[in-house]
Design a protein around this ligand. Sequence first.
Ligand code: NAI
Length: 286
Amino acid sequence: MKSIDDIKSVGVIGAGTMGQGIAQISAMAGYQTILYDIDEKALENAINLIEGNLKKGIEKGKVTGAEKQQALALISTSTKITEVVADFIVEAIVEKLDIKRAVFTQLEQINKEDAILASNTSSIPITQIGAQLKHPDRFVGMHFFNPAYIMKLVEVISGAATSPEVAMLTREFAEKLNKVAVMANDSPGFIVNRVARHFYVEGLKVLEEGVASIETIDTLIQASGFKMGPFQLMDLIGVDTNFSVTTSMFNSFYQDPKFRPSRIQQQKVDAGHHGRKTGKGFYDYK
Ligand code: NAI
């Protein structure tokens, strides 16, 4: 079995909201990092955002110029999955079971038998994503929070087949990335997203019923001590990603109405109003 010191290279699959941040912290921790996406523009955008984050870090005195250069030098990008050969691979692509499964099947074929494969899924059970793998024992959930380069917490999720050694190694790896790992057993939404789902679902219901406006709901929730209201947070997360997570949890819990997705949110997704990343969501960012 691999030890933490055997992990030298990291693959990040998906260069969107989460993949960008995961690649950044991986490079900042000194790992050779390959960032892969099917969309060349997403890769360009990710590198620009990482550079911008590191620049802000310098301005705040948290990052030195040399650390910025070193981190950027450690990240390479690719649109070819066959180039993602690494010791530890974290996937952060769309929240769709069949797409994630197809990607992990490919990654398993390309990589060595002792490479660890991890998913940053917010809600899909790890046991389901890894079931078709030849070695589901080295497949694990590694759930970061947004923005990944700031938020300290990582949920490490063991699927039914995940080996305890792989779960422990993932915890150590999270610590190398300067994160605090919490171990969780497999369940739709794990811990945080299961508890927090009602924050979004009820916020949307209050809006749908005409009880209050988006601005009023967010202002009141903030005034009660939360950092953001549900609509501000959905725009940060990505309205599309948040909708996929709710839909996945609704289905996983056998259509339990308390997780029912909202038509208002569906309409935002259909319109391409995905939040900050598209310049418009529940609020306008242009
Ligand atoms: P996103 O929509 O911002 O980015 C997804 C990226 O994956 C896009 O750049 C897209 O081009 C790429 N992609 C799609 N299909 C692909 C494929 N087959 N191969 C390679 N790249 C592909 O999504 P986001 O928000 O980064 O979410 C990614 C994952 O992280 C999801 O599973 C989500 O549930 C999870 N997550 C999201 C959080 C958030 O706040 N946005 C927080 C924690 C987890």
